[in-house]
Design a protein around this ligand. Structure first.
Ligand SMILES: [Zn+2]
Length: 333
């Protein structure tokens, strides 16, 4: 097969009408007073660009253009790889861009949480526990002060928690730490290593120990799912990427303990922790509605505007939008 083409020798702008055909692994180009044979492997075939003529570049700077796109594709069947054909279409380019964005989004939404989950399972308990000690050491004296609850009261609550029947032993906290915080108000936190921090105001807000236990069981649900650790790993992966981009790691490291307090668990984590709490409450003959009672109380405390100065970073208070849904679900158990 012979294909009509226009040849430019690379030395001047004159266009020479020529024909192209294949001779084994060579391209034979013939025109008036022009004959050249070039190994196909030495040619650069430019990817198609819409319906503009196809361009073949020669090693010596010469070029030729083929207007017959279809004929060109027949002459060089290997040249139009699928990638080239896809590149050719703006529509495909747009789709490819969307796909890349979707993949990046999926990676962020699912890949990162999945990686964090897998990693959280592999972090040794001692390492996670030492992380808790560091977080506490950093927060003590800043946002946390020594608990003002009597030692008896604290020991009593610890004993109460120790004797609870749990649906999953992994929810058993490594330690329970009582603290006073003027800033954070009624609250409890699960730290990455499984320590549960209980603030005095939470104990004082509760009508009885059942309500305290209900909230602690919710936190123990976070411990069982290693939610704080997963959250921290995810945040630090994003933080690392940002630090790498900005080139500043010191800020990220300094922000780690504060990050703990600002942890806003996903709805899924909250739901899991509520489910754990509801199961455990039933197993310990406490109505799951007691957790709902306590959530309402925390909600009311929040609505009183206390949290404006108490800080917005707390587990219960910041999950506010889902509170009603959570209360409904707990009440229906
Ligand atoms: Zn929670």
């Amino acid at each position: 097969m012979r294909l009509a083409a226009v040849y430019y020798d690379g030395r001047n702008a004159k266009a020479h009408p020529v024909t192209l055909c294949l001779e084994g692994d060579k391209l034979l180009l013939q025109g008036k007073e022009i004959v050249r044979r070039d190994a196909i492997s030495a040619l650069e075939i430019q990817p198609p660009l819409g319906s503009t003529p196809r361009v073949v570049l020669f090693a010596d700077g010469a070029r030729c253009e083929v207007a017959d796109n279809r004929g060109f594709a027949e002459l060089f069947p290997g040249a139009d790889s699928r990638v080239a054909v896809l590149e050719n279409s703006w529509r495909w380019s747009g789709l490819a861009l969307l796909l890349v964005l979707a993949l990046a989004g999926a990676g962020y939404l699912w890949g990162l949480p999945y990686a964090a989950q897998r990693l959280a399972q592999r972090i040794p308990a001692e390492l996670a526990a030492s992380l808790d000690r560091e977080v506490l050491a950093d927060l003590d004296g800043k946002v946390f002060q020594t608990s003002r609850l009597s030692p008896d009261r604290r020991r009593g609550l610890e004993a109460r928690v120790a004797e609870l029947v749990l649906p999953d032993p992994a929810g058993r906290p490594g330690a329970i730490e009582f603290r006073f915080s003027a800033e954070l108000g009624p609250n409890a936190f699960a730290l990455p290593g499984g320590t549960v921090v209980v603030l005095d105001a939470l104990v004082e807000l509760a009508e009885d120990d059942q309500e305290i236990v209900a909230v602690l069981l919710h936190e123990m649900g976070h411990v069982a799912g290693r939610h704080a650790l997963r959250q921290m790993l995810q945040a630090s992966a994003v933080g690392l990427a940002m630090a790498w981009y900005i080139g500043d790691f010191s800020n990220m490291l300094a922000a780690a303990p504060a990050l703990m307090l600002e942890a806003r668990y996903s709805r899924d984590f909250e739901r899991d922790a509520d489910r754990f709490a509801a199961e455990a409450l039933q197993a310990n003959a406490i109505p799951p509605g007691r957790l709902a009672d306590m959530l309402l109380k925390l909600e009311t405390a929040r609505q009183r505007g206390l949290d404006a100065k108490l800080g917005a970073g707390s587990d219960y208070l910041s999950s506010h939008p889902t509170s009603e849904e959570r209360i409904q679900r707990l009440r229906s158990q």
